[in-house]
Design a protein around this ligand. Structure first.
Ligand code: UD1
Ligand code: CA
Length: 452
């Protein structure tokens, strides 16, 4: 819809969060609360998006900064109406939609319905079993909205009303600009309440329409850590449900956390307590073991990730077997049929197809070819205290257990490094290289005896 300005209120102190971080920067589903609201605003293709912020340095703002956002400071937080007043000189489209930075779960369809309402002022409302804390919608006997009363100002009788204000309103800009300066702060909190717009419009005989939100969960306002945790569960349940609908098998949809975009092909299985962050792509037939954490990675067809594995910024080929207890760090790239076992850590490392590193290894800044066997306890010594150096292990070589490869170093193809070696020079292809002191037996040695 064109001819629309969106205002996002985000200047509140968020005292009830008991935190130094501005409330709207607390994370929900892996990103700040306000980012969810900004996305919904963008869905509507408005002419402008104004973000009202209050925290002077708002140092966490860079996380959301973008050229399509216009940040306006509200130096004193005197209430939601006072916040919107800051935008009066800027609002220039026919309609204005006001969103709250702490109401992040809104659905696009709900907003489209609100934008379809053809009144000078429309209020998005919902019915709640326990409406405590929300502003109540007061209607007359014929059902017309007369005003909104905040919890702090509500009488015992008004507190029984279950239809509440979500905070989201849609208004004709011209009228909004005339109503805002009429709002006063003679209420329990000495604040300029945006909700007073309703009574002002009614006094001018303007029609105020109520539009019901699609569900009460999508309009949850987040004021406390308890509400944040509750909203997180609502969002995660929605995300898990979308995957189930697509055909993903999830061992327990209440025990999965998707903090980004998880894209799954057919026949993917996800066991309990897995966390996905950033963009993760799982190809057909991938199975993710319990308690795994995967961030910004691609996993190839048929690959099995076994329990307790952590993967960050990696590309994994087809039919690999990773874990249990593996840690693939940034810049790991695996071919097909690669095996990485328990307590193996990789970083900036490529492993060719059919290569295995099954136990207790560190492979950093390395290029490992195809059909290589990395014995248990192999370490690439990639750091000299100042710089990082590269280890190259060519195809078909075999690194004996507990070897240290001191980089920069190259292990020739089809060669063997004897167990326990410390390799400081390049090794020759097709040869056995052993780099350790010879085993001796000490002839006159006597076992020490404890003195009594
Ligand atoms: C508000 C509504 C209430 C509604 C509820 C829904 C008012 C007066 N009350 O109450 O009717 O049921 O939301 O969640 O509007 N903010 C500013 N500047 C300020 C004050 C607040 O930008 O000076 C921002 C906050 O950052 C927040 C939003 O406005 O994003 C709402 O403020 P909050 O204090 O949380 O209002 P509620 O008490 O929840
Ligand atoms: Ca709130």
């Amino acid at each position: 819809m064109s001819n629309l300005d969106v205002v996002i209120l985000a200047a509140g102190k968020g005292t009830r969060m008991q935190s130094k971080l501005p409330k709207v920067m607390h994370h929900l589903g892996g990103k700040p609360l306000i980012s969810h609201v900004i996305e919904r605003a963008r869905d509507l293709n408005p002419n402008a998006i104004y973000v009202i912020y209050g925290d002077k340095d708002f140092s966490s703002r860079h996380q959301i900064d973008s050229p399509d956002l216009d940040f306006i400071e509200q130096t004193k937080q005197l209430g939601t109406a006072h916040a919107v007043i800051q935008t009066i000189p800027k609002l220039s489209s026919r309609h204005t939609l006001i969103l709250y930075g702490d109401v992040p779960l809104l659905k696009k369809d709900t907003l489209l319905r609100l934008l379809d309402s053809n009144s000078p002022l429309s209020v998005l409302s919902t019915e709640l079993h326990s409406p405590k804390g929300y502003g109540r919608l007061i209607r007359n006997q014929s059902g017309q909205i007369r005003k909104i009363v905040e919890e702090a100002d509500a009488s015992e009788e008004e507190k029984l009303i279950s239809e509440v204000n979500t905070g989201i309103i849609f208004a004709q800009t011209k009228l909004l600009k005339t109503w805002l300066p009429k709002i006063e702060n003679n209420n329990a909190q000495r604040e300029y309440y945006l909700t007073d717009l309703v009574a002002i419009a009614v006094a001018e005989n303007q029609n105020v329409q109520g539009v019901l939100a699609g569900s009460h969960t999508e309009v949850m306002g987040i004021n406390t850590k308890a509400q944040l945790a509750q909203a997180e569960r609502v969002l995660q349940a929605e995300r898990a449900n979308e995957l189930l609908v697509q055909g993903v098998t999830i061992a327990d949809p209440t025990r999965i956390d998707i903090r980004g975009n998880l894209n799954c092909a057919d026949d993917v299985f996800i066991d309990i307590n897995c966390i996905f962050e950033g963009t993760v792509n799982l190809s057909t037939g991938v199975s993710i073991g319990a308690h795994s954490i995967i961030c910004d990675s691609d996993v190839g067809e048929g690959t099995q990730i076994l329990p307790y594995t952590q993967i960050d910024n990696a590309k994994i080929g087809r039919n690999c077997r990773i874990g249990p207890y593996s840690r693939l760090r940034t810049g790991t790239s695996l071919g097909e049929n690669v095996k990485i076992g328990n307590f193996v850590e990789t970083k900036k490392t490529t492993l060719g197809s059919r290569t295995s590193a099954n136990h207790l290894s560190y492979l950093g800044d390395s290029e490992v070819g195809e059909d290589v066997n990395i014995g248990a306890g192999t370490i690439t010594c990639n750091y000299d205290g100042k710089d990082k150096h590269k280890t190259i292990i060519e195809d078909k070589s075999f690194i004996g257990s507990n070897s240290s490869l001191v980089a920069p170093v190259r292990v020739g193809s089809n060669s063997v490094v004897g167990a326990g070696s410390t390799i400081t020079k390049n090794t020759e292809a097709d040869k056995l290289t052993v780099g350790r002191s010879k085993q001796i037996t000490v002839a006159k040695w006597k076992r020490p005896i404890k003195k009594t």
